[in-house]
Each structure stands twice: as C-alpha cells, then as structure tokens.
Ligand binder design. Structure first.
Ligand code: 26Q
Length: 822
C-alpha cells in the first residue's frame, strides 16, 4: 500500500522539504533566487506551525467537549523567548527539520537565529510565566495564559560610550507567524464616566456604569505546546482597538478632533510595555492596561463558560484564576462587578465565587515595590470598581473589628485604602482579601511575607498562606539551550530526565568515572568557546575559554548588587598592580542586563562596569588574567547562550531582598557553581546541592536586622578596610573615567553615606569567598565533580514540580491527556 503524506502534517524529510518550498512560494510569495533569510525563516515557521495546529485544535476540542477545569494565568508579562527552536524540540522533530533544511541548501541554526524574540516582559516575573506555560502544557493541564499583546516590548539595549541607550523593540514589524487573531472573540471594555443606581422590574436595587469611553479588545492566540505530548494550550494576548460604536462619523458630528483623540487613545493602550520592574508612580496608562487585559480575560472566561451551557454558579469549579503579582489584581473587583451588575448575583454569592476563583502570587518583599494607586486617579478611571472596593473593604473591616475590637491600628494597617496621608488603593490588600490562597515564590520569601509585609493578613487569615518555590523549564533551559550537555546526560541516563528532572540524580552514579568527568569538561569548554566567539564577534574582546567564566546576568538593581561584583574586580586589579607577578586564577567577568530607563543609579552601574572593563581589558600588566565584558541587550535568546557557558553564577543580592531568583536555577542546572547570599531560592539550591558544593557568603537577614538596629555606618568599613578603601578611592579619583572624578560620585556617595544594600558590610566576606572559588577552580577534577553534582541535584527546580504544587495546593486541577484523532 502506498502512503501519501499530507504536506501539512507529514514528517518525512522529503515532505518537510517540500512543505518549506511550498510555504516560501505561497505564503512569502518568493522563489529561492530572491528569498531572504527571513523569508526562509517564515516558510520554516509556517511548516512547523502546521504540524502544531493539529494538536492545538485537537486540544481545544477536548477541552470544550469534556468541560474541563481551566487554569487561567493572568500575567501582564510573558517573556516567551524564540518559538521556533522550542517548538521543534517539543514536537520532537528537530532532527528531521534539520535535515530537510539542509537538503534545501540552508542552515537550521541560522534560520533559528533569524527569529525576533517576543520581549513582552521585564525579567523574572515574565519569564516565570512562560516557564509555567511550558510546564502546564507538558503536564497536560488545561490552561490559558492571558496577557497583553504589547506592540513594543522591552526596549533593545545598545551600549554607547559605556552608557545604556534604549531602542524601540519592533518585534512585530516583519510579521509574527506564531499567532492567530480571533476578531470574532473581541470584547468591549469601559473606562471612566460615572455610575447610577436604579430599581429593576422586580424592584431590586441595581447599579449601572455609564462609561466615558469604550475600547475594543481583540485576542491573538499563540499555541504553547507541551514536551512530547499532544497538549497545546493557548497564550491569549489582547490588543486594543477603537470601538466602531465610537466611530466619529456617527457619534461625533462636528467634533472630528475629539473623535480622533479617542481613536488614538484606544490604539495607544497596548502600544508599549512599561520597562520598569517595580511600580511607577501614578501612570494612568499603566492602570488602563492592567484593567483592560483583566476585563477582556474575565469576560472571555464567562463567555466560554456560558457557551458550554453552564450558569455562573459553578464558575469557581471550572476556572482557577492565578494573579501573577498584583498587576491583574483589579480582577477581584471586576469579577464582582460582572457577577453583580451584569449577571445579577447577590453580593454574598458573588463574593463566595470570587474568593474561590482567585489565587495570588506575591513576588516581592520590598515595601516600596507594593502597587498602590492614588484614589483620585483610580476613581476617575474605574468609578464602579472603587465603589465595589469600598464595599469589600467595609465588609472586610467588619470582620477585622470582630477579631480585634477597638484596635484602630489593625484597621488602618489592613484596610484596602491607605489613608495615612494622600489616599491610595492598596492592590496587594485587594488581592489578599479576594483570593483563597496567597503564595510567596521561595521558602524564605514566603516565611518573610508572613513575618513582615503581610504580617497582619497572616495573623487574620493564616490558612490562606502557602509557598510554591519557583522553577524553570528544563526544555528551554537545558535541551534547547545546551544540546551538547543534554546529549551527554542522555547518553548516560536516557532521556526521561527531560520530563522528570529528579532523574538527573542518576548522574551521581558516574561521578567517579574519570572518562565521564573528562567529557563533562569538554562540553563545558566547547560552549565556553562558543560564547568566547560571540563576545569576540560582538565586542572585539578576546577572552580565553580556559579562564573562569564568572557571570552575573539579570536586571540592573542596587539590591542585586552588580556593583559589589565590580568592587571585587577592582580589588583584584589593585592586587595585581601591587604585585605584578601575582599568581591568580584567570577570570572572565561577564555581565548582562537592562536598567529601567529612569533608574539613574542602575544606569551608572552599567557605565561603571564598562569603564572598569576599558581599563582592565587594555592594561598589558593584567594581560589575560582579568577580562570584563558587558554583553549588550541581555534577553532570553542571549540567556540561552550564557547559562551553559558559565562556571560561576553570581547571586549576590542583599539577604531578604530577592524574592526567589530563577537565573540561579538555570545556572546550576547547566553545571555552574553558585556564589551567593542567604537569599531567595539560593537557600534551597544550597540545601539540594549540598553546602560543600555552594559558595555561601554574607550577612543573613537576622544579622542585617541587628546591624541596622545598632546603627549601620558604611564609613566604618571604608575606614577600616584598606582594600575596600583603595577600590572606592580609585573610582573616585577618576581613574576609570578619564580623570573625571565626579562621574561616579552619586553612586559612591550613596555607598559611603547610606549603603542601603550593605555592600560594605558584605565586602570582606564576598572577597574571602571569591578567594575560595579561585582556589577551588585550580583543582579541575574536583571542580568538575561539584559541577556535575550541581546539575544532578537540580530536580527540585523544574517548573514541572512548581506547577504540580500549584495544581495540588491552589488550583485543584489534574491532567487531561489528549488523544489524537486521525
Ligand atoms: C508594576 C506597576 C507598574 C509598572 C511596573 C510594575 C512591575 C512590573 C514588573 C512591577 C514588578 C515587575 C517585575 C517583578 C519581578 O520580575 N520580580 C521577580 O519575580 C521573579 C519570579 O518570581 C523572582 O524570582 C524575583 O526574585 C523577583 O524579583
């Protein structure tokens, strides 16, 4: 019998080759002689998408028919990373496609590198959302990831004269083959105006909201395929458009400009991602974005639910809605509004549904990072929601009064409204009251939440609190990004570790095998060589793959202390200058990360890194011993190059400041050792890999509290530590800034006189620890053992484990396997 493969689903090399040629012709409208790399990328992307669509539609059909419980992840950010290579891996067709592409005379890696990554997030929180989408699909959990389709994502970073320059991210300009618009599922979102009450036919008291304007939300769906399963969930991102009903011809005769203003407003709503990874004060557009995508998403859920013939009575049994930080927390008031004003539920019933529906994940301990909105702004934009929040607050504070009679302190500290000065709506309080579970993102973080930031809530509602330690997907962060190491691992223990990361433990059985350790080192050297090549191509800096690659990549923030790392570099520099024959372990210091455009201190740290690099890299006396590299435009794609090549992972935040960190997990998974503080998930990583395989330094949270209570004076450290003083003085002298001693003054003064993040207090401990690292690196056999053990013991930090915990502790959902029909 002759089998003819379908061009859209077939997997033979010949069929794939033909499909690519076909798409080039019929979708890109090109023939090979005039096709660009990008044309070929698109042709290939559509070829892969066809093979995915099959699974996607099947999945949606099963969800519909079986009326399953859906996890709805609400996140203002997704840092997806490139789709093509991830889909090839998850479909299990990388090898076939590679051959088909090669038979077409092309290079797969080149085409993969052509993809513009969707940068729809700032950093950790957005990337976590994408790791969770991968795990949800891989674990066959029905889910939708709701968010915003920003036309411009996180800016592209260039470095000019050592300074960060921001460039608009035009990720959509060449088209996006991975999304499908669903204009038929558009919804309307109201803003502004006022409310009025009325009595309905039965004499019930009702409220209606008469908005000032209405915006249309159009969903764009992107399939998120699980690893070697048939489940493909959707990421549904909303774009705003002007509403036809506000068409200027019909409604605004004579007010042409006013009508155009409204159209421009509507189209601006989802234009750009705010490039800040902490709240910005009073930016109305940001609140508009948050409300817009949350309202679209909740309306979408309700439509899906009612379409399946349900009533909203069992909404909470069919939807588990997770709030990724407070950014979507307006959802609590919005679901109440939809239930009460639109679907006529009584308050009590609506509240019961709402509280059961939502879960809230907190990602910070910094009080200044708590989202609050000025009452005036809030009430102007969302008048009905403010009324609802007042009512929620009134009922909540009644409960508080019962528990703490006569305690006004408690009332004021728990209230949803901050009334200590200017008035604000406290979004974290709204999220806490409106959710049945509240979780932190690492053990320490969840404990500190209960003791500090949300102490009063914990006392009142202890049963709501839980922890789910973050995780990362081993598909993107190992199989996709480090194929060499993945293959070595699979050659020893098979491929099951990719789905069940705990199986990496089996590597411990090979630890005494010198041949295996040799192979491990060879892989590490090869990926270091690749990164060295990249550094040379991009920056013209020559670095040796035999030096210790000491890496810190993450957003720039004072609490993350990139400048502590710089103080170490300068100290080593000074030591060599004092003793030119010093025998030290050669190091390549690699930095990467973006600073929020308005965060001057962070931008100054970037300049400092580059300035120190300029001097150190060109000093003949230093030679090959120290190199400093700042990689511009750190993003997911670049992360995929960097994590595999690291020997040492810098996780040096002030204890108690980093909620979890997730880069720390990616490094360790790829066999880097960590130098880190007692902070976030570092603690759990150390617990897993063993303290002898982790370089711990610095003050712990309680010690920091004590020190602060005594009165911390950074100058004591400066005056009593000659090496610290020398490093600071050298910066101040203008040595790194062509004699301009003032350039870094703001940074230096903030250390000398305030040092909020205790760099000086941790400096000596950090230096001593780095010395232990250097010594350890000299014994390559021992270092390799530690490296292997780091990888072998990372099982816990798979996002699959995190998602299972969310399913059990918070969402009450279980897998729904998808069978393929022919
Ligand atoms: C809020 C309001 C207005 C404008 C911006 C924001 C905003 C945007 C992004 C506030 C915070 C963020 C991002 C926060 C973030 O990335 N937090 C990190 O989350 C990771 C995942 O849990 C943790 O590992 C990190 O420790 C935490 O810093």
């Amino acid at each position: 019998q002759i089998q003819i493969e379908d061009d859209r689903t077939g997997l033979s090399i010949e069929t794939l080759r033909r499909a690519i040629a076909d798409n080039l012709f019929y979708i890109q409208g090109k023939f090979p002689a005039i096709a660009t790399k990008h044309d070929y990328y698109m042709a290939l992307a559509y070829t892969v998408r066809d093979r995915l669509l099959h699974r996607w539609l099947n999945t949606l059909e099963v969800y519909l028919k079986q009326d399953v419980k859906l996890v709805c992840y609400l996140s203002a950010e997704y840092l997806v990373g490139p789709h093509l290579v991830n889909n090839l891996i998850n479909l299990g067709i990388y090898e076939q496609i590679r051959q088909a592409v090669e038979e077409s005379g092309l290079n797969l890696q080149q085409l993969i590198n052509t993809e513009e990554e969707p940068g729809l997030g700032n950093g950790g929180l957005g990337r976590l959302a994408s790791c969770y989408m991968d795990s949800l699909a891989s674990l066959e959990i029905p889910a939708i990831g709701y968010g915003i389709r920003y036309e411009f994502g996180i800016f592209d970073q260039e470095i000019k004269d050592g300074w960060q320059v921001e460039i608009t991210d035009k990720w959509l300009q060449d088209g996006n083959p991975w999304e499908i618009a669903r204009p038929e599922a558009a919804v309307s979102v109201k803003f502004g105006g006022h409310t009025e009450s009325y009595l309905d036919d039965q004499g019930n008291y009702r409220v209606r909201w008469l908005p000032e304007y209405i915006v249309k939300g159009i969903p764009y769906d992107t399939p998120i395929l699980g690893y070697k399963v048939n489940t493909a969930n959707s990421m549904r991102l909303w774009t705003s458009e002007a509403c036809e009903s506000f068409d200027f011809q019909r409604f605004n005769v004579g007010d042409y400009y006013g009508a155009v203003d409204r159209k421009v407003f509507s189209e601006n709503l989802t234009k750009v991602l705010y490039p800040n990874d902490e709240p910005i004060k009073g930016k109305e557009l940001r609140l508009q974005q948050q409300y817009f995508f949350v309202s679209c998403s909740l309306q979408d859920m309700i439509r899906i639910h009612l379409n399946e013939g349900n009533t909203l009575d069992n909404f909470a049994e069919k939807f588990a809605v997770q709030l990724n930080d407070t950014h979507p927390s307006i959802g609590v008031a919005e679901l109440m509004r939809l239930l009460i004003d639109v679907h006529y539920y009584p308050w009590e019933k609506a509240w019961e549904i709402t509280e059961k529906t939502f879960g809230f994940t907190n990602h910070t301990l910094l009080p200044e990072a708590l989202e609050r909105w000025p009452l005036g702004l809030f009430g102007h934009l969302l008048p009905r929601h403010l009324e609802i929040i007042y009512e929620i607050n009134k009922r909540f504070l009644d409960q508080v009064r019962l528990k703490y009679p006569g305690n006004n302190e408690k009332l004021s500290s728990l209230s949803l409204i901050d009334e200590r000065g200017d008035k604000y709506v406290r979004m974290a309080h709204l999220a806490c009251v409106g959710s049945h579970k509240i979780n932190g993102v690492a053990q320490l973080h969840s404990e500190l939440l209960k003791k500090t930031l949300l102490k009063d809530f914990y006392e009142l509602l202890p049963e709501k609190f839980t922890n789910v330690t973050n995780g990362v997907t081993p598909r993107r962060w190992m199989v996709v990004s480090n194929p060499e190491l993945s293959q070595l691992i699979s050659s020893k223990i098979g491929e099951n570790w990719i789905k069940n990361l705990d199986e990496l433990r089996k590597l411990e059985g090979f630890i005494d095998d010198g041949g295996f350790r040799q192979q491990w080192r060879e892989v590490k050297r090869k990926v270091k060589q690749d990164l060295a090549q990249y550094i040379h191509d991009k920056l013209g800096i020559i670095v040796s793959p035999d030096s210790l690659f000491d890496v810190q990549v993450k957003r720039l923030h004072e609490y993350k202390r990139q400048h502590l790392n710089v103080l170490h570099i300068i100290t080593l520099y000074n030591r060599i200058k004092q003793n030119p024959n010093l025998d030290i372990t050669p190091r390549t210091f690699i930095f990467g990360g973006k600073a929020a455009p308005g965060y001057h201190q962070a931008k100054l740290i970037i300049k400092l890194i580059n300035s120190v690099g300029d001097i150190v890299n060109h000093d003949p006396e230093i030679g090959e011993r120290l190199k400093v590299v700042f990689l511009p435009d750190y993003n997911v794609t670049l992360g995929q190059r960097v994590y595999p090549a690291a020997d040492l992972s810098e996780q040096i935040s002030t204890a108690g400041k980093e909620a979890s960190g997730t880069g720390n997990m990616k490094f360790s998974l790829n066999g880097a050792l960590t130098i880190g503080t007692f902070d976030g998930a570092n603690i759990e990583i150390r617990e897993e890999v063993g303290e002898e395989n982790f370089f711990l330094f610095g003050l712990k949270t309680e010690e920091i509290d004590q020190l602060r209570a005594q009165g911390y004076n950074p100058q004591d450290y400066y005056n009593s530590n000659p090496e610290l003083k020398a490093a600071i003085d050298l910066i101040n002298s203008g040595f790194f800034s062509h004699g301009d001693g003032g350039l870094f003054q703001l940074l230096i003064n903030s250390l000398l006189y305030l040092d909020h993040y205790l760099l000086f207090a941790d400096y000596q401990s950090y230096l001593d620890c780095q010395e232990r690292v250097s010594q350890a690196y000299k014994d390559q056999e021992h270092w390799t053992r530690m490296s292997i053990l780091n990888t072998a013991r990372m099982g816990k930090f798979s996002s699959d484990r995190s998602i299972r915990e969310y399913c059990d502790k918070i969402w009450n959902t279980s897998p729904v396997p998808i069978q393929m029909k022919d």
